[in-house]
Ligand binder design. Structure first.
Ligand code: NAD
Length: 333
């Protein structure tokens, strides 16, 4: 990620909540590379120390180990901060179906704590991870920001409530907010393990280990898979914008193309076969469709292009090439 290109002021102090997670740690790395002072607030519920091990000795990086469900912790984290990039949450639709209470307390009460802490300090803008799950049962394609359906999971509800709270905080307290609806993000450092792992890291490591990946359904479900560097770009552009029409609103963060799961597996096999030719012949298994999964997801990225100048550099092919190489170099057994 070529962060120098953006001319982000290195004197800005930025809080990244969930900064030890997949997306948060990649954002922290980009900001530290730019010379910013970065505080990472994380309770390591799903984040990992290894994700930030290269940052921990950097003088510009502060780790605050704590829980966003504690308002005092959130307030402490916001001291002297100019921008908040709020990534902390419990992700995964199935996790929220199994335990809606915990997902709600982290994703809604924790989010509200962070908004309150940001409003009560000198934070200039609160930029937060929203989600494509907010489109719910809407069949409209591509998804445009102002046409959503009904949520299909507790997780989707929590992410929609975030948008409602952010909107009310900008209107009633004047806190600048920007919501970024991420669409199936993938890339280096995304966790391949556990019951709630995302498909790309899971399938990649399974193929690397010569195991058959299992697709839920017949493989025709499709997603707008979004490489991590496009997500970093949108967070930086959300900090940089001075256009009043571009703030207190929500953006899709995606590439704007969809790929079905069968195609995804084929791409992964091609890239991984460059390292191990046996991977080409691994067969795929098919299982039941999961509850709460939407069949297809494709974003319109016109609003982000128009108002923030978003110009994503990584389509799925370019992103998968980078990601598979990272997994091969870092997680091969
Ligand atoms: P992740 O699980 O890797 O990162 C989340 C981070 O939040 C972890 O480091 C975790 O330890 C931390 N966290 C969780 N509960 C916390 C708490 N109570 N207090 C402090 N920290 C806490 O997930 P990710 O994929 O990096 O997701 C980051 C954000 O993006 C989340 O808000 C997620 O809902 C959102 N999002 C992700 C995707 C995706 O495809 N990965 C898609 C849409 C939205």
């Amino acid at each position: 990620m070529d962060i120098e290109h953006f001319n982000l002021n290195p004197n800005l102090k930025i809080l990244v909540t969930g900064g030890a997670g997949f997306i948060g740690s990649n954002i922290c790395e980009a900001l530290i590379k730019n010379g910013n002072k970065v505080t990472c607030l994380d309770n390591f519920a799903t984040g990992k120390k290894t994700n930030i091990s290269k940052l921990i000795d950097n003088n510009n990086f502060t780790l605050l180990e704590g829980d966003i469900r504690n308002l005092d912790t959130c307030k402490q984290a916001c001291i002297d901060v100019n921008y908040v990039l709020h990534q902390a949450a419990l992700g995964s639709v199935p996790r929220s179906i199994n335990d809606p209470v915990t997902s709600n307390s982290v994703n809604v009460s924790g989010f509200l704590n962070m908004l309150v802490a940001a409003k009560d300090s000198d934070v200039k803008r609160f930029i937060y991870a929203a989600s494509s799950s907010t489109y719910g049962d809407s069949k409209i394609m591509p998804k445009v920001e102002d046409r959503i359906g009904k949520p299909l999971s507790p997780y989707a509800i929590t992410k929609y409530v975030n948008e409602l709270y952010a909107d009310v905080f900008s209107k009633t307290y004047g806190l600048e907010t920007i919501g970024l609806r991420y669409f199936n993000v993938f890339g280096r450092k995304q966790d391949p393990n556990g019951a709630y792992a995302a498909v790309i890291p899971k399938f990649t490591t399974q193929l690397m280990n010569h195991e058959s990946p299992m697709i839920n359904g017949d493989g025709s479900f499709s997603r707008d898979f979004t490489y991590i560097d496009n997500v970093i770009e949108m967070n930086i552009r959300s900090i940089l914008t001075t256009n009043p029409d571009a703030i207190n609103t929500i953006y899709n963060v995606a590439f704007g193309e969809r790929t079905n799961l069968n195609q995804l597996i084929e791409h992964l096999k091609i890239f991984l076969s460059e390292f191990d030719s046996n991977i080409k012949s691994i067969e795929v298994k098919y299982g039941d469709i999961r509850k709460g999964d939407v069949p297809h997801s494709l974003a319109s990225i016109e609003k982000a292009k128009k108002l923030l100048g978003y110009n994503p550099q990584f389509d799925i092919i370019k992103g998968l090439k980078e990601a598979t190489k990272w997994y091969w170099d870092n997680l091969r057994k």
